[in-house]
Ligand binder design. Structure first.
Ligand SMILES: [Zn+2]
Length: 272
């Protein structure tokens, strides 16, 4: 633990701002500045992931908390998870329909306001320029202040998990779209022609991060997170995620003392 983190956690409890758990002092400054520009109020948050259920596993407690605090949350699903089945009778089309429905159910439980399905093929994500253009289009349309996305640097975890290539590609394309493409007028003039003006994302939270440096206390939202994850019936095969996910969130909390029983951790950026 660094002093900086301790400071952040001391400040985290009563704030109702996505950045509050992270940097209370600059939040104060930002709030002051915003008062002069008329932009105070709820933040717009985009939660951008490769597959339906990714967000429920690693950041749904935070989503639930921020939604309850009045922030406007949009989910962006790059694929519809159309390869997530071993059932020989299943087709990709039917599976995508099922998973889109399950993602809507989970989002409703969490208080997510909007969902965007980009419809890219599951398992095939490559962070190329075409996907970057599509992501810039989404970001310039939604215009989020805050983005939660996947950590593209996670290649594997311990001795048991090789990270899915879509998760890495999703993180890469999202970060590359945020900076500099979405904010820079010279990138993708075809998007300008569609009326999509440049947009600057202010804050980024990498979920499931290799080196997390902030924690969000989700103690009051743990059960809602589990309820949302259980909405992904096609993916759980009867498994109840309660014990395992409580164990993860408790382990996260042990790394960030001063919070409640359960936390989700992130790598955080406040962009210039
Ligand atoms: Zn996934």
């Amino acid at each position: 633990m660094t002093e900086k983190l301790d400071h952040h956690h001391d400040q985290s409890d009563d704030m109702s701002h996505p950045a509050a758990a992270v940097d209370a002092e600059s939040f104060e400054a930002a709030a002051q500045a915003a008062m002069h520009t008329g932009t105070t109020g709820p933040k717009r948050v985009a939660v951008i992931f490769a597959h339906p259920d990714d967000a429920e596993f690693i950041c749904a407690g935070t989503v639930s908390r921020w939604a309850a605090e009045g922030h406007h949350i949009t989910y962006v699903l790059i694929t519809s998870g159309d390869k997530g089945s071993d059932d020989p009778e299943m087709t990709p089309e039917r599976l995508a329909e099922t998973r889109i429905r399950e993602q809507h159910d989970a989002a409703n439980i969490l208080g997510v306001a909007d969902l965007v399905f980009m419809g890219k093929p599951d398992g095939m994500l490559v962070p190329d320029i075409d996907l970057r253009r599509d992501m810039v289009r989404v970001i310039r349309t939604i215009r989020p202040d805050v983005v939660i996305c996947q950590d593209p640097t996670v290649r594997y975890v311990e001795q048991s998990y090789l990270n899915h290539s879509d998760h890495r590609a999703a993180g890469d394309v999202t970060l590359d779209a945020i900076f500099p493409a979405a904010r820079n007028r010279m990138y993708f003039p075809e998007l300008l022609a569609e009326g999509l003006e440049p947009h600057k994302v202010e804050e980024v939270y990498l979920a499931g991060a290799a080196s997390p440096d902030v924690a969000i206390d989700i103690t009051d939202h743990m059960e809602r997170k589990l309820e949302a994850l259980r909405a992904h019936v096609s993916q759980l095969n009867g498994w109840d995620p309660g014990d395992e996910l409580r164990k993860w969130a408790r382990a996260d909390a042990a790394n960030f003392p001063g919070n409640g029983e359960f936390v989700e951790s992130f790598k955080y950026f406040k962009l210039d």
